[in-house]
Design a protein around this ligand. Structure first.
Ligand code: ZN
Length: 345
């Protein structure tokens, strides 16, 4: 089968042929239709410090996909060939404390598709039966290919409980933009957004942010937000930038007793005033990892079926898998937002 692998301990990926994997007794073999390129894939492509420390050379990359079940293992009972599916990319043996107490998304033995084991940038992928997510017939392939990052946005928004609340979304990358439309659909009263990319800020406005601030113009936006929120600050901060200054600015714009949900990952440890931002503020701070299994997936399906999510302007480009060089360059240059590759569609 055609596969996109990390072929050496250095930048870029290589197009190559691999044998079609054989599903174990409790696995399904999925023929991949479409895949999404994630920020994580960009780290793997560029071979930064994180990728070099984590990614095994030779691995098939990619973790966002939709496909059709081609074959099932001998012990699989829930699914049959022909079903259109995506999958939760965090794989656990369901043995540790968190898996057994409803928090499998933070299992201590988590292995991730395209990071710790072969991923979906290939004609076929094998995943455990437990990880399969049947895709509702009214959800198009283009959207079904990006349920993984959309699920990150849904998880963050739902964890922070945004209904009838003012929300600051710090960082309007792929997931930040998804979070704008998700927060709006989930009943956030007023959404503010920050970034350093004017076209993305414009898109955030189009998706439902009432104000979108370019933080390169300084801290004045914090006072604007406070003026708009009774002098207090927003009820909820969704930190999706991973930029060190955004942690300081975001928490300054959060009201006392507010909730912050953090999905953004700083590239290295940062210094940040916990006394001011958490202790005296009485802030509730939530770390967000992956998607709740499978509560987030059900919430995401409901939000998609409501027709209230606007994803057309976020999923900007499609390329055939063979044009992966062009696809990655479109994503890395910022010309594209979410870039999808067609594998068998
Ligand atoms: Zn991803």
């Amino acid at each position: 089968m055609r596969s996109l692998i990390k072929h050496h301990a250095g930048p870029e990926l290589q197009f190559t042929q691999r044998p079609i994997p054989t599903p174990g007794p409790r696995d399904v073999l999925i023929k991949v239709k479409k895949v999404g390129i994630c920020g994580t894939d960009r780290h793997i492509w560029e071979w930064d410090q994180w990728a070099a420390s984590r990614i095994p050379v030779g691995i098939i990359t990619g973790h966002e996909f939709v496909g059709t079940i081609e074959a099932v293992g001998s012990a699989v009972t829930k699914y049959q060939p022909g079903l259109r599916v995506s999958a939760e990319g965090h794989i656990t043996a369901w043995k540790d404390f968190n898996s057994r107490t409803g928090n499998a998304h933070i299992a201590s033995d988590t292995r991730i598709l395209g990071i710790d084991r072969d991923g979906c940038f290939a004609d076929y992928i094998v995943v455990p039966e437990e990880n399969v997510w049947p895709v509702h017939p009214s959800i198009p392939d283009k959207v079904a290919a990006v349920l993984d990052p959309l699920g990150n946005a849904v998880h963050t928004v739902m964890a922070a409980d945004v209904s009838a609340k003012s929300v600051l979304i710090s960082g309007t990358g792929i997931i930040g933009l998804m979070a704008v439309t998700v927060a709006k659909a989930a009943g956030a009263s007023r959404i503010f957004a920050t970034d350093i990319n004017p076209p993305r800020l414009e898109l955030a406005r189009k998706l439902g942010a009432i104000e979108a601030y370019d933080v390169r113009q300084g801290d004045a936006f914090i006072n604007d937000i406070k003026r708009a929120t009774r002098g207090e600050g927003v009820d909820v901060l969704l930190e999706m930038s991973g930029a060190a200054p955004a942690f300081d600015q975001g928490f300054r714009a959060l009201r006392n007793g507010g909730t912050a949900a953090i999905l953004g990952i700083p590239s290295k440890p940062i210094t940040w005033n916990i006394t001011e931002h958490v202790v005296f503020k009485g802030a509730k701070v939530l770390g967000i990892n992956g998607r709740r299994m499978f509560e987030t997936w059900y919430q995401m399906e409901e939000l998609l079926l409501s027709g209230r999510l606007e994803l057309d302007d976020i999923i900007t480009h499609e390329f055939p898998l063979e044009d992966f060089q062009k696809a990655f360059k479109t994503m890395i240059s910022g010309e594209g937002i979410k870039v999808v590759m067609n594998v068998n569609s």
